[in-house]
Design a protein around this ligand. Structure first.
Ligand SMILES: [Fe+2]
Ligand SMILES: [Fe+2]
Length: 378
C-alpha cells in the first residue's frame, strides 16, 4: 500500500497505545469504552494512517477459546479502522510476544484491508521490523520515512535488564536502510518517525530527580532508576504517572538515531499512565498512554495522539493529545469516583487505600501479638 501526502500537503497519523484486549470483548463495558474513543477520534481527525503501539492483546485467547475466537478478538480491536478503509500499522508489544503467537497475529491482520504490518528483514531479531515511505502528494517523490521497530519481550538475562532492548542487528538494519534512503533523498538524511513499544532509556532525560516537597506528585523510577523519584524537567510536557519501564541495557539505539540523522520523533507505548513528551538532543520523545480501559490505568484518562506532517516543511511536525472526556464521551466501565478523579488524585487515592490497609494490617498484627503475650504471661 503506497502512502502519500494529501492534495493539501498534509499527512495525519493517529496513535493508539496499549489496548490489551482479552477474550470477553463482546460483553465487557471496557471494550465498549475503548471503541467509543476510537470511533470518536477517527471521526474527528480522519487520519491517513493509524498506528497501534503494541500490547493490543493480552490473553492466550487462542489456547483458551480457539482460533476463530482469537481471530475475532484481534479483528475487533481494529474494526473501526478497518471499516473506514484507513491504512493501519500494528506493532508488536511484549504481550504479543508472551504467547509466541506473533506470526499468527501478524497473519490475521495482514488478511484485513489496510494493514501495513510486515517483517521486512526476517533474519534479524524481532518478528515485525519494517519501514514505510510517505510519498509526495503527486506520488512521485519519497519524502518521509516511518520506522516500525519490534522492541521484543523481556530480556533473556534478567540480571541485566527486565525488558529486552532493540538488538544490534536491528540497529545495523536501521543504519543500512537509512543510508539507502539518504541516497534517495539527494544525500540528506530522510526525515522520519520511529514507532516502537518499549521506550528507549533516554526517556529518563525528560525527567529529573524530585525534591522532597515534590514527592506527592513525583513518580518512582524503574529498574536502575528505581531508587529515585522523578518529575518532568522544564520543557517536557504531559503527564508522568510512572517511571518509564525502559530496558536497563542501553544498546545504542538512540545514539544511532543521532548519528544517522533525520529522526524527528520517536513514539512509544508500554507504560499506560504516561503521556509526557519533550526533546532530548533535538529528537522528540513521546510516550503514549493506553487508549483502552483494560490494563492498569488511573481513571478515565485514556487518550489518542495525532501527528500532522506537512510535505512543504518536513523539518518539523504538529502533535496533539486528546483524552476520552475531551471528546465529550461518557465512561461506562469505571465507577463514579474513578470516572471523575484527576490522574494524580486517582493515584494518591490508591496510595491512601494501600496505606490504610497496611496500617490496619500492622495494628491487627500488633493486637494479636499483645493478646498472645498477655495469654502467655497469664
Ligand atoms: Fe501494556
Ligand atoms: Fe508493554
Amino acid at each position: 500500500m503506497k502512502l502519500k501526502f494529501n492534495k493539501d500537503g498534509k499527512f495525519k497519523i493517529l496513535l493508539f497505545g496499549d489496548i490489551h484486549e482479552t477474550g470477553d470483548f463482546r460483553t465487557n463495558p471496557k471494550f465498549k469504552d475503548m471503541r467509543k474513543l476510537m470511533n470518536a477520534a477517527l471521526d474527528e481527525y480522519k487520519p491517513d494512517l493509524c498506528v497501534l503501539l503494541g500490547d493490543n492483546c493480552d490473553d492466550d485467547v487462542l489456547a483458551n477459546k480457539g482460533p476463530e475466537e482469537f481471530r475475532k478478538m484481534l479483528i475487533a480491536v481494529c474494526e473501526p479502522i478497518i471499516n473506514r478503509n484507513i491504512p493501519y500499522a500494528l506493532i508488536l508489544g511484549n504481550h504479543e510476544h508472551d504467547y509466541r503467537l506473533e506470526d499468527q497475529i501478524v497473519e490475521i491482520y495482514q488478511n484485513t484491508y489496510g494493514c501495513i504490518t510486515r517483517n521486512e528483514e526476517p533474519g534479524i531479531t524481532g518478528d515485525a521490523n519494517w519501514k514505510d515511505i510517505i510519498y509526495s502528494s503527486d506520488g512521485k517523490t519519497p519524502k518521509f520515512c516511518l520506522w516500525f521497530i519490534d522492541s521484543n519481550n523481556v530480556c533473556c538475562d534478567r540480571s541485566l535488564s527486565h525488558y529486552d532492548y532493540v538488538h544490534h542487528d536491528q540497529i545495523r538494519w536501521f543504519e543500512r536502510e537509512s543510508a539507502k534512503l539518504k541516497e534517495l533523498n539527494g544525500g540528506k538524511p530522510m526525515p522520519s518517525f520511529v514507532f516502537q513499544h518499549t521506550p528507549v532509556p533516554e526517556e529518563y532525560q525528560l525527567m529529573r530527580k524530585a525534591h522532597l516537597w515534590e514527592l506527592p506528585w513525583s513518580a518512582k523510577g524503574y529498574g536502575v532508576h528505581s531508587k529515585n523519584r522523578y518529575v518532568l524537567k522544564k520543557g517536557a510536557t504531559g503527564y508522568l504517572g510512572e517511571g518509564p519501564c525502559s530496558p536497563d541495557v542501553n544498546s545504542g539505539q538512540f545514539a544511532s538515531w543521532k548519528k544517522v540523522g533525520g529522526v524527528l520523533g520517536a513514539f512509544f507505548g508500554h507504560d499506560h499512565l504516561n503521556d509526557m513528551s519533550g526533546y532530548v538532543d533535538g529528537i522528540f520523545l513521546a510516550q503514549h498512554k493506553t487508549a483502552g480501559f483494560r490494563a492498569y490505568t488511573d481513571g478515565c484518562k485514556s487518550c489518542v495522539r495525532l501527528l500532522t506532517l506537512d510535505e512543504n516543511n518536513l523539518s518539523t511536525f504538529e502533535q496533539e493529545l486528546k483524552h476520552f472526556k475531551e471528546f465529550g464521551l461518557k465512561c461506562e466501565s469505571l465507577g463514579p469516583i474513578f470516572r471523575t478523579l484527576s490522574d494524580r488524585q486517582s493515584i494518591n487515592l490508591h496510595i491512601l487505600g494501600y496505606s490504610a490497609l497496611a496500617i490496619g494490617g500492622v495494628t491487627a498484627a500488633g493486637i494479636a501479638v499483645k493478646k498472645l503475650i498477655d495469654k502467655t504471661g497469664g
